[in-house]
Design a protein around this ligand. Structure first.
Ligand SMILES: [Zn+2]
Length: 324
């Protein structure tokens, strides 16, 4: 019966003891022999200890179970990072993305903004240091919330804090991308965060958070993809406001890839596209979409005035500036 020499607890088996060393002590506390002991069974230590998380996920959708599940998941992520066990990190991310997003989203649907607000605070890269593998999940749920509020109660019903959270990912530094062993196979964690935060565009027109200004600002960066994708979402939310933003971008000589943003305009779309992973939004939201004739005319005029016609992609309808 081994006793822990760091906290003097007793354990019935060697494997329970190893699990205790792994989960309850920091790696740096351990002596060399104990460190090796854990390393030898690293494969089983995280996997065998997802049971608490599994139990939380099977319980009813409540504030307490959701927050507990997120805490348990966060603990496991930190442990894999502490032990540089990047394969397990990747497995955790992909195993728990959907069930956790579903669980937390159901809770937010039942209990509203206060639950989400708390989760945003505890996973905000500007306030806390959340582990890689957490933020895309919270951004996913936040994105669903933003879109639902927009569609059901209008733009001003979206809490500005939700938009503040989603815009962080446009330029978040992702140490995970810089360290090869940490990089997940495609899509990367950074991509998952971006994708989950595209719902930001649905906040266009909000009086306390200037979504258009932020998308315009990021359009100047060397990685304008985030701006392009959020701009597309903005069209589904309010195509006239989004067209106004495209005009400002096309008239801005400091943006290198102005035509790239024309690609965000859903010229040919007849349906809304939402990138929020694992969300069956078709069951909740109207999906029809059509670009209004006056918006098309406005954009055509703008492309001509900005002297960009010759370089514009051929599949963008620019040949007729009169009303159809
Ligand atoms: Zn101990």
């Amino acid at each position: 019966m081994p006793d822990c020499r760091y906290c003097e607890q007793s354990f019935e088996s060697e494997s329970n003891y190893r699990s205790h060393l792994y989960h309850d002590h920091d790696r740096e506390e351990l002596g060399r022999i104990d460190e090796r002991r854990v390393e030898q069974s690293l494969d089983s230590l995280t996997i065998n200890n997802t049971s608490a998380l599994e139990v939380s996920l099977k319980r009813d959708f409540t504030r307490d179970t959701s927050i507990q599940a997120i805490d348990e998941y966060t603990h496991l992520l930190w442990k894999t990072l502490e032990w540089e066990d990047f394969e397990t990190l990747r497995d955790l991310v992909w195993t728990y993305y959907e069930p956790l997003a579903t669980h937390v989203d159901e809770t937010v649907k039942a209990e509203g903004w206060p639950v989400l607000s708390k989760l945003l605070d505890t996973s905000d890269p500007r306030i806390e240091t959340p582990p890689p593998g957490l933020c895309h999940l919270i951004a996913n749920v936040c994105g669903r919330y933003v879109i639902r509020r927009r569609v059901t109660d209008g733009v001003e019903s979206i809490p500005a804090e939700a938009l503040d959270y989603l815009q962080v990912f446009a330029d978040r530094e992702l140490p995970i991308e810089d360290r090869q062993p940490l990089a997940l196979s495609e899509p990367s964690l950074g991509y998952l965060e971006w994708e989950a935060s595209y719902a930001y565009g649905w906040g266009i027109g909000h009086s306390d958070h200037d979504v258009a200004a932020r998308i315009h600002e990021v359009a100047h960066s060397s990685e304008p993809e985030w701006s392009q994708s959020t701009l597309e979402q903005a069209f589904y939310a309010n195509q006239h406001a989004a067209a106004g933003l495209v005009e400002r971008i096309l008239q801005d000589p400091d943006i290198d890839s102005r035509l790239f943003f024309l690609r965000a305009v859903p010229f040919e779309e007849s349906e809304v596209t939402i990138y929020t992973r694992y969300w069956d939004w078709h069951d909740e939201l109207p999906s029809e979409f059509e670009l209004a004739p006056d918006v098309i005319t406005r954009l055509q005029t703008c492309v001509i005035e900005a002297d960009l016609v010759i370089d514009a992609p051929e599949d963008i309808p620019l040949d007729d500036t009169s009303d159809p």
